[in-house]
Design a protein around this ligand. Structure first.
Ligand code: GDP
Length: 453
């Protein structure tokens, strides 16, 4: 394997399986390129993301490790980097490092752009207060991690505290200035800014010192990877339909999520990278907002149960619908995808899978996603439905044996490749690729690292 340059991004509303996909790619690249470096880079969002990886430790035990602020590379011994457009929560990031320190060695593996803005307590307090406001028009259904208020402060410029400011001795001065500028808003929430100032300065002293060595002029450091033949994996958080401009407004996140923004913000050339879209085979949504193919007890509710569709960041239950290729086709276009990783084919086995290829809007059928999803009267489904069977659930054995049997079955598919998958699934994929105009190159059939065909 030679140098790998890829951006891995989500094609729906997040939770597509980006963490698992990046973790698998990183593990493969590390194994095949001993002696070469690999960096996994986060380019947007903050600790509102949640990537789960299932890691097998040297003692054979598998643990689930969830990162919110740190890129997935933390759990596979890759280098990790935080880009300038990230809402960087230093305490959350540091907490994940502490959690990882006994399991992984991260010495010399961490880079944080000096330009990254720092998210502090008051962003979260403002977010929570807005989300609990009595006026429904004030709520978006956010993860209440302060990301929206953070990006507002970034755009206002004078209220942006960069990572450079954060680690400098002038941090208290900068913080005081910013709190002064926000006095009106914070006092309106009953916050005493003098107390908040003292608390933040005291609490962050240790974290600032610990994180200071990681500050980098990131665009130049990433170029060194590029020029040395080292690999770069860019890891998206959230998904296409949460993009602040091109997502399902107003129920969107406040960052630029699409792959082109990754290249713009990291100063990396698109033409050298492959863009891979991660597509959960059925769409899910958490929080408010319309899901065009939302389905009930015949499909969606079964899927939510089987797929344990609960957010890694918030614990909120998701809603699920039939595969919606209209959404995916637009996401492929906007991200300029070269390839697709399809995840969770196992979750919908043995169900009749309908596929949406158009929307009925006021009696007219279109394959465009409208700005206002509420104008969709009904999804238009293909006449053909798909169904596949991957394995029988092991019965009459204890939990551990059942999980071992499932792992063996999955690894047989992995070993034997695409051709060994059931025809129903292969037909689905072949029609999918034709419709969305992009080839599927990997299919996920289980939650653990390596359970991908
Ligand atoms: P992200 O939010 O897009 O990063 O999503 P994650 O990578 O955190 O994935 C969410 C959950 O889905 C994790 O527990 C993954 O292990 C699980 N997952 C990912 N791909 C598959 C798959 O193909 N099959 C199953 N059953 N679970 C998967």
């Amino acid at each position: 394997m030679t140098q790998v340059l890829e951006a891995i991004v989500g094609l729906i509303w997040g939770d597509e399986g980006k963490g698992k996909s990046v973790d698998e790619r990183a593990t493969e690249i590390k194994e095949k390129n001993p002696g070469k470096r690999l960096v996994v880079v986060r380019y947007q969002g903050g600790n509102n993301a949640g990537h789960s990886t299932h890691v097998t430790l040297p003692n054979g035990k598998t643990i689930k490790f969830v990162t919110h602020a740190a890129p997935t590379g933390l759990t596979n011994n890759s280098d990790i980097a935080i880009g300038p457009s990230v809402a960087f929560n230093p305490e959350s990031f540091f907490g994940e490092l502490m959690q990882a320190q006994d399991l992984f060695n991260y010495d010399g593996r961490i880079m944080i752009s000096e330009r990254a803005g720092v998210l502090l307590d008051y962003h979260k307090l403002i977010d929570i207060s807005r989300e609990s406001s009595k006026a429904p028009s004030g709520k978006i259904g956010t993860t209440a991690r302060g990301i929206g208020p953070f990006y507002e402060d970034n755009a206002r410029r004078v209220t942006r505290i960069t990572f450079h400011d954060y680690i400098s001795t002038l941090f208290p001065k900068k913080l005081k200035e910013v709190l002064e500028l926000k006095r009106h808003e914070l006092e309106g929430l009953g916050i005493n800014i003098n107390d908040l100032f003292l608390e933040l300065v005291g609490r962050h002293e240790h974290v600032r010192k610990e994180l200071a060595p990681f500050a980098k002029n990131l665009e130049y450091r990433l170029r060194e990877y590029l020029n040395n033949g080292d690999s770069i994996l860019i890891e998206g958080a959230q998904g296409t339909y949460l993009d602040v401009d091109l997502g399902s407004i107003p129920h969107v996140s406040s960052s630029h999520i699409l792959a082109p923004h990754a290249f713009a913000s990291l100063g990396l050339p698109r033409k050298l990278f492959r863009v891979i879209g991660v597509e959960k085979i059925y769409p899910t949504r958490v929080g408010d907002g319309i899901l065009p193919t939302l389905s009930g007890p015949e499909f969606g509710e079964i899927v939510v149960e089987r797929g344990v569709e609960v957010g890694a960041s918030t614990g909120r239950r998701r809603r699920a619908g039939y595969p919606d290729w209209v959404l995916i086709k637009r996401a492929v276009m906007l991200n300029d995808c070269d390839e697709i990783f399809l995840t969770r084919a196992d979750v919908i086995q043995d169900l009749d899978v309908k596929v949406c290829t158009g929307y009925n809007i006021n009696g007219r059928v279109t394959d465009e996603v409208p700005f206002d999803l509420s104008t969709i009267i009904s999804p238009v489904y293909l006449h053909q439905t798909f169904r596949w069977h991957l394995w029988d659930e092991p019965t009459g054995v204890d939990k551990e044996t059942a999980s071992r049997i499932l792992r063996e079955t999955r690894s047989r598919y992995v070993k034997e490749g695409f051709a060994s998958l059931p025809t129903g699934l292969l037909d689905f994929v072949s029609m999918h690729d034709k419709y969305v105009g992009c080839p599927t190159i990997e299919i996920g059939i289980g939650p653990h690292r390596g359970e991908t065909v």
